[in-house]
Design a binder for this molecule. Structure first.
Ligand SMILES: [Zn+2]
Length: 493
């Protein structure tokens, strides 16, 4: 049988996307897989030997958790086992207003939407529903860009945009709602300009803020559908929980490198994101798009799928992706679909929920919230360097001071080789995933300063080295901090 390996885990299977094994059941198949690729084991299984909660297994298109014999289920040649880690039926219309209350179409509308009006599935009534609809796009980045543009073009009456970021030149490779002259502008302003140019009748509501537990319910309340185009687990769980609590459908999309996922969560009858993934992966295990990269066209594909789902939910036509997870692989141009079930144990949408209000999602996902930089902390506190999990955090200014003083600590760069090619500060390169097997390259008698892009992966690597008896410090802010504070010639990516 074949085991499909998702992109984030291919680093541990010598880049193989499919591994063939001969086994009698699911457990034996996984045993063979991890024997052939031992590094994979700790990513799939916890210390208790159980499959980690953020890894789902599908045998063909069925979730193994719901098969009668679960992991003891027999497998046969020709079966496909898919490892689906978390990355990023006909339903009534979500626009519930009676027909008489739907907004009338103007003469301009009749011209603009004529190709819709002649489709029986849309027609005048459908176009009026679109005009009445209120859709919130969470994020105006890679997914939000095509999503918002197509929704605006289709005549969705009110579009809310949530973003707190400004346009950076590195966004333009995929975030096609922004252009080169927009660099430095607030993303909500840049996006609103483009959307208005496309469709001046559109009502745009800008939420120039970071979505948090304190404001999510208030913002979501005014919308019929939430389209989740976020790129981090904290916001994804926050969006999911807020949608479940408010009973609003969530058109979900996520992307990583060459792969995307799409579904519709939090409808009354269907599962939610937590039914699929009750818990997030530990921080650092699944790289973000900023660390792992993303093919620029992929959010275009997935964002357009999300927009398609939004339009269908508004019109009440077709079969939305409720209870179905669509997987997109841009390298092979293959679309696969997996069945999703509403989990009776779901902590938020199950019959006995344990999450009944919004929680602290930074804590839930094990990441630090917005914090002052280590440089600022040190400046305030004097000489004492802060610690995280027992590892001293040194600011980039301190590394610069030591280098200038000729102390030259051993800088260990744990990023990937292609990141090193873009920019480096002369560190010794060992990618984080290879560190455990290349410890011999790290001197035991010297102080090691571990460095990555922004300090997350290097913290994990520093903890690993410290446990092995090395003398280590973590470079807070990573090479990005170095580029910002020490040397602007170092490229940021
Ligand atoms: Zn659920």
């Amino acid at each position: 049988m074949q085991i499909h390996i998702p992109t984030p885990l291919r680093a541990y299977t010598a880049q193989k996307s499919v591994v063939t094994v001969e086994a009698a059941n699911v457990t034996a198949a996984l045993d063979q897989l991890t024997q052939a690729h031992p590094e994979l084991r700790r990513h799939l299984f916890g210390e208790d030997g159980k499959l980690r909660a953020f890894v789902n297994l599908y045998l063909n298109d069925e979730d193994v958790r719901y098969l009668p014999d679960r992991e003891a289920t027999a497998v046969h040649p020709g079966d496909a086992l898919s490892i689906i880690p978390s990355i990023a039926g006909g339903a009534p219309s979500v626009v519930e207003a009676p027909q008489a209350e739907l907004p009338e179409l103007t003469t301009d509308d009749l011209q603009r939407y004529s190709r819709h009006l002649i489709l029986p599935e849309v027609g005048i009534e459908g176009q009026r529903k679109l005009k009445a609809a209120r859709v919130l796009c969470v994020g105006t980045g890679g997914l939000g860009a095509p999503l918002a543009l197509y929704l605006a073009a289709a005549g969705v009456g009110t579009l809310g945009l949530v973003d707190f970021d400004t346009v950076d030149v590195s966004n333009l490779q995929r975030q096609i709602i922004h252009s080169t002259p927009d660099v430095g502008l607030l993303k909500v302003d840049s996006a609103a300009n483009k959307l208005h140019a496309l469709n001046p009748a559109l009502n745009i509501v800008k939420h120039n803020t970071m979505l948090t537990s304190a404001n999510a319910l208030e913002i979501f309340r005014d919308y019929d559908i939430i389209a989740d185009g976020t790129d981090n687990f904290q916001t994804r769980y926050l969006v999911n929980d807020a949608c479940v609590l408010l009973n609003k459908p969530n058109a979900y999309g996520s992307i990583f490198r060459f792969e995307g996922q799409c579904s519709v969560f939090a409808t009354k009858e269907g599962p939610c994101y937590r039914c699929l993934y009750p818990e997030p992966p530990p921080p650092g295990l699944v790289p973000s798009c900023a660390e792992g990269g993303v093919l620029g066209i992929l959010p275009g594909l997935v964002g357009v799928l999300q927009a398609t789902e939004v339009i269908k939910l508004i019109l009440g036509v077709g079969e939305p992706l409720i209870g179905r997870l669509l997987l997109v692989d841009a390298l092979t141009t293959k679309f696969r679909e997996l069945k999703l079930r509403k989990s009776p144990d779901c902590p938020v949408c199950g019959p006995n929920p344990t999450v009944t209000e919004l929680i602290d999602y930074n804590q839930f996902c094990g990441v630090a919230g917005a914090q002052e930089s280590v440089t600022e902390t040190v400046a305030k506190q004097g000489a004492a360097l802060p610690q995280q999990n027992g590892v001293t955090q040194i600011p980039v200014t301190e590394l610069k001071r030591r280098r200038d003083a000729g102390e030259n600590p051993f800088v260990l760069d744990v990023r990937e080789p292609w990141e090193y090619q873009i920019a480096n500060i002369g560190g010794h390169l060992i990618p984080q995933g290879e560190l455990a097997t290349r410890l011999a390259e790290v001197p035991k008698d010297k102080l090691i300063v571990v460095q990555c892009k922004s300090g997350g992966r290097s913290q994990k690597a520093a903890e690993l080295l410290q446990a092995q008896g090395y003398q280590v410090e973590n470079l807070a802010g990573g090479i990005t901090g170095w580029a910002n504070e020490i040397d602007p010639k170092v490229a940021k990516y």
